[in-house]
Design a protein around this ligand. Sequence first.
Ligand code: MN
Length: 732
Amino acid sequence: MEQLASRLQSYLTPAEIYEVQRAYQFGVKAHEGQLRLTGDPYIGHPLAVAIILADMKMDVPSVIASLLHDVVEDTDIPVSVIASEFGEEVGMLVDGVTKLTQVHFETKEDAQAANYRKMLMAISGDIRVVMVKLADRLHNMRTVQYLPREKRRRIARETLEIYAPIANRLGMHKFRLELEDLGFATLYPMRYRVLDEAVRKARGNRDNFLEKIDALTRDGLKDEGIEFRLVAREKHLYSLYKKMVTNRLPFSMVYDVYALRLIVKSVDLCYRTLGIVHNMFKPIPGKFKDYIAVPKANGYQSLHTSLMSPFGVPVEVQIRTEEMDQVANDGIASHWLYKSGEGSTQGARAHQRVRDWLNELLDLQTLAGDSSEFLENVKVDLFPDEVYVYSPKGDIMELPAGSTVVDFAYAVHSDVGNHCAAARVDRQLAPLSTPLNNGSTVEIITTEAAAPNPRWLNFVVTSKARTSIRHYLKSLDSENARLLGKRMLERELQNHGSDLESLSPQAMPNLLKDLQMDSVDILLESIGLGQQLAPIIAKNLTGISVVPTSREREKKGARQGLLHTFSKVTPNWLLGDQDAASSSRTPLVIRGTEGVVVSYARCCRPIPGDQIRGFLSTGKGVVVHVFSCPNTRSFKKNPDRWLDLSWDPTDGLNFPVDIRIEVVNQKGILAVMATAIADMGSNIDNVSIDNLDGHNSVTNITLDVRDRVHLARIIKKLRNIRGVNRITRKRG
Ligand code: MN
């Protein structure tokens, strides 16, 4: 803790350091009795992680969160306790790190690794979560040798494929290099040893050479009175290894490059130093790059040049200031440098600061005119518009933010979408409308009988799901219309003592020709949709000559078809008392499964058991009304558009119905009524309340019932509630 405190003293106030110490004590207590595999007390690990972050001068919430980052995962203490002890911000950071720890990674091909990286970023929510996690991983890799072999290899692979590239993304090169070398040493210990040996041997010559260069440079710069720090750049082993593998080069070819870095006090001195070294050694043409005037897209600044040394060997030289060196090493972390006077709210603006950083880079890039994909990638990673979820096989699927279970199902395959019945999200059954969260595992349960529902259109967000559902519903509509049309026509033919099979052979072809229709299915569909009237079609088919010949129709130029021709001719059997009509004719049976071609009037909300009749609405099919509904008044005016109907509901269907309940106002009465309705196996779709006066009010409820008997039982139960005065069903 003293090591940590001494680092914090360089940039935090005593009060802030006290908070960190309090978090340390909390961590010590929480992890009491737990040991690392090294045999040391567990707290040593979070402390080491905090020191890594303090070295980068990360803000107070990040340092505290790093001290507590394993508490939720490894003890009984929940995030809520941490949040109440150390504030919401720390709680949020610890929660983020815990979630990252729980993400399960399986090595897959590159594309999956890339998706996985994006998923980690998306889960983190706050970039500081990623930094705590990277520091955590760095310390775990430093002590990886204590783990059993298999676990060691898995963590090393994950480090190379996931965490080192993320560090690279964020410009944290010091992190990246160390993570890569540790990962390399763990995963390929033999290759690492051989390469290390080779570097050691070569270094003898190299150090000798660099010393000479160093001495020469030092003399040259001292003469000019320039203070500087010289760093001999060691190519790290993993990048040497990768270079050898990808370019199929021997060690001597990749290693034989000498590189050094000169760090000076100001930008001005960078250019003066460049002039001096160019004077001392011959620069190699075409190798000079000025990344100070034109920074790289990730903000990197430096002067690069290559010189021919007096020993005939080229030397790469980088010249930069301390500040530029820090940005080059720590990347995004260097933007968390504590600024005194900002107070304790500074951490809350962390996200904003990342945006500012990105905007700065954007400006730089516009100036530089360089369309590096770096920026775009970082931006997408930090502020994703996507959500990343697992399939049951462990593949990662990328969907737009806000996507639901149904979107996922259609993304898998349109057949899966069309037959999805239920879903498990993280092994829990979840409604199809559930929005997906990053890192969830989604499993779709399909059944042959399941089919898209129009209501899905209210919550899907992907165009694939939307298009597929619409397409299905459209084909379903025409299929339903055809089936209904067939039943309507068969019923009418029955009234004429005929049926579709026993028609005279030319009847149907002639009629189709007259109507300019290509098939019987089209005719049946148009009957179902109310565009053609079944009684008239039936009459025509059974040989009663009421249709003008094609020639006559052509003369008149009438293209409207039968309906137009007969709008003024009302057949006798449709006139008069409708009771007489219905008793003499077979009513059309309504099962409730006809789909959109049969709809239920909202004015009277018919339910099974009610006497009903239907209005044939052009293009919409049959609209069912209760017999006594005032809206059936137009029946007399338009009898050829009205149908006799009877119920034969399919089991398990529910129909909405409106009831009006007059109650005496008292606390909780609505809850009592709702419970009674639920107890009776019904659902409430809608509730509205009109206050009549201070004492009485009217509650309007729309609820689902099976039929009239079911409704009667519910009403009886409601009547028994104290305070309920009068219940009526609303009809029209
Ligand atoms: Mn840890």
